[in-house]
Design a protein around this ligand. Structure first.
Ligand SMILES: NC(=O)c1ccc[n+]([C@@H]2O[C@H](COP(=O)([O-])OP(=O)(O)OC[C@H]3O[C@@H](n4cnc5c(N)ncnc54)[C@H](O)[C@@H]3O)[C@@H](O)[C@H]2O)c1
Length: 433
């Protein structure tokens, strides 16, 4: 029997429209997944998805199953509807988590309780203890939980990882990364949730490059300090919309990460992003530079497009997610945004295929061994092999809310975060932990 999992995407917003749903439509086109359900709080975003001109053009005749139905009353949002949909799926299908950050934990717990494999957008969860709990529960049930850090599937990241691990870059010493999203984001739903008391730009976007530094080097972050600058959103609420973070790694290396909703809307790319890592060995220096904003493509159109941030002169990113016409009808999604989802689905299918047609206890053992392999490989981010991200998130929040005080990260049985303590002894220089 070929395993062709049903898919339930929980969340029908921006990321579902631009990356997740088209990726799953493509996997459906290839015969790798079955029906695709999409759940939202109410029908309005689902109507927008169903009417999306790009999706229709790329996938003529393809449909998702909306929950609630497209004609249901928008005045009655149902936050628990996804629970009913997920509980009605046969076990060991795929639930995709694409709701706002603070809701990931509940959706993941529901999906695990219903014995579903999970593909979650970043961040997996906001607390380290939740990541540990999810890892334990998924392990017990032999379910894959994958965190969709798609920059890992940019070939330049995979190449840097392979060369770094072959010793060609020596040891990472110091670096800078930045990801500045467009100013117009301030006018979107961000202003309702990404406010000082719940999140900040470091928490929202720094994780991409911090995750990449670990992905490439294998080093773990051990201390974080984040300075945040407050700005007012159009609705008057305040957010830390400019952040400067410093992450210290277990070998003493240092990464400076700057993030904001501050890239000019008239700038030619969809954002500004990139990183520069310096390393050394013996008497020589090494360098990894990823210019992730300008990828060598320049366009100048007759007119600007209709989407926010569209410009007449543009530097489109051909690597993240684009549609191309390679014949055969419709359009084909290409780029690391698609490859990342395809890789996760591929590993879930592998997990199910190697354990198929076996007695339940044996199948469970085979799936559990497979999960350990995924954890150890470290290519797909799992709750166990990427929980440093949750610790960085906790440390970053503690720091930004306390005037950038440095916060240290502990690993092991006593894992957690705490302010760095300084000791002053009479007549001696100050010392620190
Ligand atoms: N680069 C990346 O990896 C990347 C980029 C963008 C967003 N994200 C992540 O994706 C997630 C969603 O972001 P977005 O920009 O699509 O948000 P959005 O606000 O555009 O959409 C959120 C969706 O969640 C739905 N929702 C809310 N509560 C729900 C519930 N109880 N049941 C079902 N649906 C519910 C809403 O109806 C909406 O459709 C966030 O965690 C964000 O951090 C990741």
């Amino acid at each position: 029997m070929t395993y062709r999992p049903e898919v339930c995407i929980v969340g029908g917003g921006m990321i579902t429209r631009v990356q997740i749903l088209p990726s799953f439509f493509q996997l459906q086109r290839l015969g790798l997944v079955g029906d695709i359900h999409v759940c939202a709080l109410q029908s309005a975003p689902l109507r927008e998805l169903a009417a999306d001109a790009m999706l229709k053009k790329a996938f003529p005749g393809f449909e998702f199953i909306p929950h609630p139905t497209l004609d249901s009353d928008d005045a009655k949002p149902d936050p628990d509807l996804y629970k009913k949909v997920v509980s009605q799926m046969p076990p060991r299908q795929i639930v995709v988590v694409a709701v706002p950050d603070h809701m990931h934990y509940d959706v993941i717990r529901t999906a695990l309780n219903c014995d579903q494999h999970i593909c979650s957008v970043k961040p997996l969860v906001l607390k380290y203890r939740h990541a540990e709990e999810i890892a334990a529960e998924a392990g017990k049930r032999g379910l894959v939980v994958a965190v969709e850090y798609h920059k890992r599937f940019d070939d330049r990241s995979l190449l840097a990882r392979r060369y770094y691990r072959a010793g060609r870059f020596g040891e990472f010493r110091i670096g800078q990364a930045s990801l500045m999203e467009c100013w117009y984001y301030r006018h979107s739903n961000f202003q309702n949730w990404c406010t000082c008391e719940s999140s900040d730009m470091f928490a929202y976007i720094a994780c991409h490059y911090i995750d990449l530094v670990h992905f490439i080097t294998g080093l773990k972050p051990v201390a974080v300090s984040v300075y945040g600058i407050k700005d007012k959103y159009p609705n008057g609420r305040e957010g830390f919309l400019w952040t400067d973070g410093r992450v210290i790694w277990e070998n003493g290396a240092c990464l400076n990460v700057q993030n904001s909703l501050g890239y000019p809307d008239e700038g030619p790319g969809g954002n500004f992003q990139g990183m520069r890592l310096y390393g050394s060995k013996d008497d020589r220096a090494t360098l990894i530079v990823h210019n992730d904003q300008f990828r060598g493509v320049e366009h100048c159109y007759l007119e600007r497009g209709n989407d926010p941030g569209d410009t007449v002169y543009a530097q489109p990113n051909p690597d993240y997610f684009q549609y191309v016409d390679v014949g055969g009808g419709g359009l084909t999604p290409v780029g690391y945004g698609y490859r990342s989802i395809a890789a996760i689905v591929g590993r879930i299918r592998e997990c199910m295929q190697i354990s198929a047609k076996k007695p339940e206890r044996t199948a469970l053992r085979v799936r559990q061994e497979f999960l350990k392999r995924l954890d150890n490989e470290g290519i797909i981010a799992t709750p166990r092999n990427s929980a440093y991200n949750e610790l960085v998130m906790e440390a970053g929040r503690l720091s930004i809310l306390n005037d950038a005080r440095e916060v240290i990260i502990r690993y092991g049985s006593n894992a957690g975060v705490d302010f760095r303590r300084y000791y002053l002894r009479a007549g001696a220089s100050p010392s620190r932990e």
